[in-house]
Write a protein that binds this ligand. Structure first.
Ligand SMILES: NC(=O)c1ccc[n+]([C@@H]2O[C@H](COP(=O)([O-])OP(=O)(O)OC[C@H]3O[C@@H](n4cnc5c(N)ncnc54)[C@H](O)[C@@H]3O)[C@@H](O)[C@H]2O)c1
Length: 343
């Protein structure tokens, strides 16, 4: 890589064709930012037109990543590309390649770039509540809102991948080559948010285990029946896509936070809580519960809620909505607009 002076904000978003990629790029567009998108699949036109460049490729391909990063003089990376929890359980080895090897390649390249630019490349990494692993539903209900360092025994490939990558990111940004002579002066700047289930109105999720709420919503809004794949009492933390995007952009812009990894979330709610509200707004669709044993076990191992006090105290994270307000002010209006007939 050829050294150069630090360029203007030049952002790479991996996994740009996904749900959060769509939300993030739509909110990030500003004159002083150059946005480069990459994904394994085609980036939808709506997102593509907001980007300065789009690359189709695999995060497991080290040479491709190096080519993209150096060509665009990237100094800010939003590494969203991943195989999510349910999908990863079907192809665990591929998930490991994408979620761990892909992240490792990108972290190493970002570390080298930080040295080359003489300034810290930012690396923003969304982790997940799947890094937690609680043994029983009784323990889950008793444990309440988990802090960042509790119950870190994930039972999924996805959770294990993300937990390890949190550690890798912390290592590259704080401890890289700590006993070596000639340790680089400028380490990369890794910042990670552990996200809860994220609910978007404009896009459809796929491959996640918290997909039951968005699936329930989209089905009901179209007047279709939906059989929810977890029990009615299944409870995890949630937030809406606008809140998620705002938090991701905020963690990227603040002065160096004291911790590398932060929990965030807006409210804790059960599948039944959602179903009751959704029936009120969209009574045409019939919601039933037909738990799938495998996927139920994954969600049962995740916390009922997360403790976000570190994010609140260190960088002013604030949730915008509780469940009812999120439905009333964002989810229902946005989903109605999404399905409104075009004239
Ligand atoms: N959406 C959520 O509820 C949620 C919750 C917690 C964490 N996250 C994390 O946020 C990030 C984005 O999630 P999302 O909801 O947008 O997921 P998504 O599945 O909608 O998007 C992921 C994108 O990554 C791409 N991708 C997969 N493998 C790739 C590869 N080998 N090379 C290049 N691109 C590849 C996919 O094509 C997809 O467009 C992920 O890292 C996920 O783990 C999401």
């Amino acid at each position: 890589m050829t050294p150069s002076t630090a360029p203007r904000r030049s952002v790479l978003v991996t996994g740009a064709a996904g749900e959060i990629g769509h939300g993030l790029i739509s909110s990030m567009r500003a004159d002083d930012v150059s946005i480069v998108a990459m994904d394994l699949r085609e980036v939808p036109d709506e997102t593509r037109k907001l980007c300065d460049a789009v690359h189709l490729g695999d995060v497991c391909d080290k040479n491709f990543l190096e080519h993209v990063l150096t060509m665009h003089e990237t100094n800010e990376i939003y590494h969203l590309a991943a195989l999510l929890s349910s999908r990863a359980e079907h192809v665990p080895e591929t998930a490991h390649d994408v979620n761990v090897q892909g992240t490792y390649h990108l972290l190493r390249l970002a570390a080298r770039l930080s040295e080359s630019w003489g300034s810290r490349v930012k690396f923003i990494f969304p982790s997940t509540i799947a890094v937690y692993g609680i043994r029983t539903v009784e323990d889950k209900m008793q444990a309440g809102a988990l802090r960042e360092n509790e119950h870190l025994s994930p039972i999924t490939m996805y959770g294990a991948n993300k937990l390890y990558c949190e550690s890798l990111g912390r290592y590259y940004s704080r401890h890289y080559r700590q006993v070596a002579k000639g340790r680089p002066e400028h380490l990369l700047d890794f910042r990670c948010l552990r996200l809860p289930g994220v609910i978007a109105a404009e896009t459809r999720p796929s491959g996640g285990t918290s997909d039951y709420v968005p699936e329930m919503l989209h089905a009901a809004a179209k007047g279709e029946d939906y059989a929810c794949f977890v029990r009615e009492d299944t409870t995890i933390p949630w937030m809406t896509m606008p809140e998620c995007v705002e938090a991701v952009l905020r963690i990227a812009q603040i002065d160096t936070p004291p911790h590398a990894v932060y929990n965030i979330g807006s409210f804790s709610a059960s599948a039944g809580d959602f179903a009751a509200l959704i029936r009120k707004y969209f009574p045409e669709g019939n919601i039933t519960f037909e738990p799938d044993e495998g996927r139920q076990a994954l969600v049962d191992s995740w916390p009922r809620d997360v403790d976000c006090s570190s994010a609140r105290n260190d960088w002013g994270f604030q949730q915008k909505w509780g469940l009812e307000a999120a439905m009333e002010e964002y989810i229902v209006p946005a989903i109605r607009k999404h399905y409104a007939p075009t004239t």
